[in-house]
Design a protein around this ligand. Structure first.
Ligand SMILES: [Zn+2]
Length: 372
């Protein structure tokens, strides 16, 4: 259930109620791909003020298996995280990793049909079948608070006719997910039922994006996501897609921009009316030594941050924190010289400090956006 608290032009501030807690919007979700945010403990996440994490259906389904996780008491208990969890549908990984399996094992990486997707696990070549109903079953087994429908995420570039065919399939799959989800959760009270999100597709074509948004918002989903961005298309398309799609999204439901992005893109997306985000950038960049540093003033409309490469020689004897304006564990207790040393000597502790700092940057950014 989404409550809009205030709106300035298109930017929204609100509260999203899930079966495992209420989240302030707009918010950013750290990614716990396989049931853990890389190098960061649940206690670290709480100290950072994270209110929700994202788990990957595809990975947890194949290893260790959603049935095993259900027997463990659900994903929350299994990974020791009592706050809300959003799970993706697994579709994105089925298509992208299935294609990788094709390179490794030869023919038939991914076989798409009306019924679902047959694909090979790139780790061992074993074949699996994902359907809209199967994706819902897995996410219910995991105990997810927010469930995504299975969609076909076409690559970029994609012809108009292929994108049209794909979005029509995505709409039919969304309808199947909704019917199946309603049947499977009809015994649950409103407070105990997960939220179900549909995903707007349509590649970079205005008519298709609008068509997809119209078709999906005609159905009774709890929230709407914009998918098929950050798949290699030039970033100018992101801003166009937001302009085309957001006017169709109902004001009383949460809006999720999937897989994005750089800090300035999150600012632009919040200003365009989006509420929810996830991205690997803070943790992945951190692991490679690239750290986000605020510039003076916190003026989010301008050039408000820079990234430093902590591996650089200039930091070898720099005994100041990464960012003296940052209140994270890494900045409160350690210097750039220490981080430079840890990275150069491959100490695993570096990964924790860098991840904590970059996540703090992203979470603080969302907090600032939620205040102003
Ligand atoms: Zn910091």
């Amino acid at each position: 259930m989404f409550t809009l608290i205030s709106q300035q032009q298109k930017k929204r501030i609100g509260l999203l109620k899930t079966k495992n807690g209420v989240i302030n919007t707009p918010f950013f979700m750290p990614i716990a791909t396989k049931g853990a945010v890389k190098n960061v403990s649940p206690e670290d996440l709480l100290a950072l003020g994270a209110e929700i994490v994202l788990g990957n259906t595809y990975h947890l389904w194949l290893r260790p298996g959603d049935d095993l996780i259900a027997r463990a008491g659900g994903l929350h208990k299994f990974m020791h995280w009592s706050g809300p969890i959003l799970t993706d549908s697994g579709g994105y990984q089925v298509f992208s990793l299935g294609a990788r399996a094709k390179e490794k094992y030869g023919t038939n990486g991914v076989k798409l049909s009306e019924q679902g997707v047959d694909f090979a696990d790139p780790l061992n070549g074993s074949r699996h079948f994902m359907s809209p109903e199967k994706s819902i079953d897995i996410q219910l087994n995991l105990g997810s608070d927010m469930i995504m429908v299975l969609d076909e995420c076409p690559p970029y570039p994609c012809s108009h006719s292929a994108a049209k065919k794909s979005l029509e399939l995505t709409t039919r799959w969304a309808a199947r997910c909704l019917t199946y989800f309603q049947e499977k959760t009809k015994h649950l009270s409103r407070e105990n039922r997960p939220l179900l999100f549909a995903i707007v597709q349509g590649s970079v074509y205005e008519d298709l994006r609008k068509e997809s948004a119209k078709q999906l918002t005609a159905m009774d989903f709890d929230g709407f996501a914009i998918g098929g961005v950050a798949v290699g298309e030039p970033r100018k398309h992101l801003y166009e897609i937001l302009q085309w799609v957001v006017p169709f999204l109902p004001a009383d439901k949460p809006r999720y921009l999937m897989g994005l992005g750089k800090p300035e893109e999150l600012v632009a997306a919040v200003e365009a009316g989006m509420d929810m985000f996830d991205c690997v950038i803070p943790t992945r960049e951190g692991r490679h030594g690239r750290l986000f540093v605020w510039k003076e003033g916190n003026n989010l409309s301008g050039d408000f941050y820079e990234t430093i490469n902590i591996n650089n020689e200039q930091f070898r004897e720099d005994f100041t924190p990464i960012d003296s304006n940052c209140d994270c564990y890494a900045c409160k207790n350690f210097t750039k010289a220490y981080l430079n040393h840890l990275l150069r000597t491959n100490e695993p502790f570096f990964l924790k400090l860098a991840s904590v700092h970059n996540l703090n940057f992203y979470l603080k950014l969302m907090k600032l956006l939620g205040e102003k």
